[in-house]
Design a protein around this ligand. Structure first.
Ligand code: ATP
Length: 367
């Protein structure tokens, strides 16, 4: 085994279990995504692999060696964080050379390696620039070159594109994939963006509440989600849990109900409601008195669309709105809103995954 092997890894912070019995393997030369919502433990897993956190249980093997008890410096890992963490007072070339200088490598070798990396990350002409003279994408490329300089056995990337705008993020993600195909460094990257995970990784490890929900290729995750949680990552679907009694749907954690329309035969008891991001309609008033309260937590510009993240009870919803309608309404983040589902489907929470897939198919979410 020459890649990464994580075996029954656990980590607590006080009484809180951040990582619970996590096991997965990254084969040599693979690019694997750790995908999961915020707070699910992805970064902690990465930090445990790097030796930046000490595990409470389990083992980490890098290139076949048990490194569980060894220090970060002895693990031969390269690390790139979301926030550039470049040395502000150092030029691009000094930043890239940093790791090699710490290792007291030969000066000639350092110069040669830095030169190769400048070429690799396409920053020729920027050698003498300082971080504040670079764009966000360029800074991340410097961070990547710096991590690659000491020729690490594994590369760990923690939301490396998280702080960048959508377009730069997308092109940098694709560029990392291409670079990976050339260098073949065993790599793990953390993301909460399923699209990004699907587009660039060989394999995805889906993490939820500190546990592995599923490991598979993008296609396996998409086509055969093994849990309701994973199903909610398929395409852009909001999954809302609740209870149905009569025709009233009670949203979990919100303590409020609404009347579901349509003639469809509805299950009773614990249910799951599926709604597309474009099928959620927002208003400032609770017209009709049957709308549900929510709060806009974040707004993302997506070219011809705006995407809004909503806090809804203890859940999060994604709503997309055409640019014109968004501007007309003038939605602001932190704003309280009332919502209604233009189209939705409800099914038994207890139904098997086959049924969930059938439902997703029926809705046209998947082929
Ligand atoms: P995000 O994408 O938001 O970074 P994540 O999936 O990477 O999320 P982690 O950063 O690994 O999640 O955090 C997992 C949980 O552990 C969170 O609830 C976090 O608050 C908690 N946690 C992480 N580091 C510490 C720490 N040093 N002390 C206490 N709690 C921590």
């Amino acid at each position: 085994m020459s890649g990464i092997l994580v075996e029954n890894l656990s980590k607590r912070f006080g009484n809180f279990v951040a990582v619970n019995d996590v096991s997965f393997e990254v084969k040599e030369g693979e690019l694997v995504a750790l995908l999961g919502p915020s707070g699910s433990g992805k970064s902690t897993i990465l930090r445990l692999i790097a030796g930046l956190e000490k595990a409470d249980g389990g083992k980490v093997f890098l290139t076949g060696k048990d490194v569980t008890g060894t220090k970060t410096q002895e693990r031969n890992v390269g690390f790139v964080f979301q926030h550039y963490a470049l040395f502000k007072h150092m030029t691009v070339e000094k930043n890239i050379a940093f790791g090699l200088e710490i290792q007291k490598r030969d000066k000639h070798l350092i110069r040669q390696r830095v030169d190769e990396l400048i070429e690799l990350v396409k920053l020729r002409g920027y050698e003498k620039h300082y971080p504040n003279q670079l764009s966000g994408g360029q800074r991340q490329r410097v961070a990547l070159a710096r991590a690659l300089a000491p020729e690490p056995a594994v590369l760990l990337l923690d939301e490396p594109f998280g702080a960048l705008d959508a377009k730069v993020r997308k092109s940098l993600a694709q560029w990392i994939r291409d670079l990976h195909d050339r260098l073949n460094v065993t790599s793990v990257f953390v993301t909460h963006d399923q699209q990004e995970a699907m587009e660039i990784s060989d394999k995805i490890v889906v993490i939820n509440r500190g546990e592995v929900e599923q490991v598979g290729t993008a296609r396996q995750i998409y086509e055969s989600p093994q849990s309701k949680f994973v199903a909610s990552f398929v395409g852009n679907v909001n999954v809302i849990e609740g209870k149905v009694s009569g025709r009233r749907f009670e949203v979990r954690g919100l303590g409020q109900t609404f009347v579901t329309d349509g003639a469809e035969k509805m299950p009773e008891g614990d249910v799951v409601l599926l709604v597309r991001p474009e099928d959620i309609e927002l208003q400032r008033q609770n017209s009709g008195g049957d709308r549900l309260p929510a709060r806009i937590s974040r707004i993302h510009y997506r070219g011809s669309l705006y995407e809004m993240e909503l806090e809804f009870g203890d859940m999060q919803l994604t709503v997309v709105t055409p640019k014109e309608l968004f501007i007309e309404a003038g939605w602001q983040s932190s704003e309280k809103v009332f919502l209604q589902f233009k189209k939705h489907r409800i099914f038994d929470a207890g139904k098997g995954h086959h049924e969930i897939r059938q439902m997703l198919k029926h809705l046209g979410y998947i082929e």
